[in-house]
Design a protein around this ligand. Structure first.
Ligand code: ADP
Ligand code: 5GP
Length: 211
C-alpha cells in the first residue's frame, strides 16, 4: 500500500467534534491537526466580529448578516446555527472539495450543528462529544481560562447541561480528565475510522484486486 497515496484508497473522513464550552475541544482539536497532517479544519462562516489576532479566511470567513442570509438562501451551508447571538455555518463546497481530494475534515461545531448534520442522511461522518470529568471541573476550567465574567461562566454552565443532555446524537464520548488520555482516545477513534470498510474507494479496490 505504500505506493498508493491514502486518498486513492479511501474517501476523506469527516470528524465533527462538539463540547460544552471549556471542556477542552479547542485543545484536543489542535492536537489532532498536529498529529494528522491530512486533517484540516473546515473554515466556517460567521457574522461575529473577528477577535484580536483572528485572520479572515484562516480562523473564519467573517461575513455580514446580509451575506450570511444570502448564503442560507442559496443552500451554501451543510448546517448553520445561531450560537451566542451570532450566526455560524459550515460551507458545503469547502467540505466537499476537501473530502473529494481525500482530505480529512475536522468540524468544530456546537451541539445544534451536530443535530442538524445528523438529520442529513447523506452525510457520512464521525461525531464526537468531549465532556469534562464533572460540572465542577468545567466551571474551574472556565475560571482558569480567564476569558469570561462570572455571569458569563454561569450562563455557559446552564447551556452546558442542555448540550450534555443531547449525548445520544454522538457516536463517541470522550471524558477529558487527563488531557493525554483524551488525546489518545480521539486519535484512536480517527485511526480506527480511517479503516472502515465503507470508506474504501470501490474503484481502487476493484482495479487493484480484480483488474
Ligand atoms: P473549549 O474549546 O472546549 O472551550 P479549551 O480547549 O479552550 O476548551 O479548554 C478550556 C481550558 O481548559 C483551557 O484553559 C485548557 O488549557 C484547559 N484544559 C483543557 N483540557 C484540560 C484537561 N484535561 N485538564 C485540565 N485543563 C484542561
Ligand atoms: P467562537 O465564536 O468562540 O469561535 O465559537 C463559538 C461556538 O460556535 C463554538 O462552540 C464553535 O464550535 C461553534 N461553531 C463554530 N463554527 C461553527 C459552525 O460552522 N457551525 C456551528 N453550528 N457551530 C459553529
Amino acid at each position: 500500500m505504500s505506493s498508493n497515496p491514502l486518498w486513492e484508497v479511501r474517501r476523506g473522513l469527516l470528524v465533527a467534534v462538539a463540547a460544552p464550552s471549556g471542556a477542552g475541544k479547542t485543545t484536543l482539536c489542535v492536537r489532532m491537526t498536529e498529529r494528522f497532517k491530512n486533517l484540516r479544519y473546515a473554515i466556517s462562516c460567521t457574522t461575529r466580529p473577528p477577535r484580536e489576532g483572528e485572520v479572515d479566511g484562516e480562523h473564519y470567513h467573517f461575513v455580514s448578516q446580509t451575506r450570511f442570509k444570502e448564503m442560507v438562501d442559496q443552500g451554501a451551508f451543510l448546517e448553520w446555527a445561531v450560537v451566542h447571538g451570532n450566526f455560524y455555518g459550515t460551507p458545503h463546497a469547502e467540505v466537499k472539495a476537501m473530502r473529494d481530494q481525500g482530505g480529512d475534515v475536522l468540524l468544530d461545531l456546537d451541539v445544534q450543528g451536530v443535530a442538524s448534520i445528523r438529520r442529513l442522511e447523506r452525510v457520512d461522518g464521525v461525531f464526537c462529544l468531549i465532556l469534562p470529568p464533572s460540572q465542577e471541573a468545567l466551571r474551574q476550567r472556565l475560571v482558569t481560562r480567564g476569558k469570561d465574567t462570572e455571569d458569563e461562566i454561569e450562563r455557559r454552565m446552564t447551556i452546558a447541561v442542555k448540550e450534555i443532555a443531547q449525548v445520544d446524537l454522538f457516536d463517541y464520548v470522550i471524558v477529558n480528565d487527563d488531557l493525554d488520555d483524551a488525546t489518545r482516545q480521539l486519535e484512536s477513534i480517527i485511526r480506527a475510522e480511517h479503516t472502515r470498510r465503507e470508506r474504501l474507494r470501490k474503484d481502487w479496490f476493484r482495479t487493484t484486486f480484480f483488474p
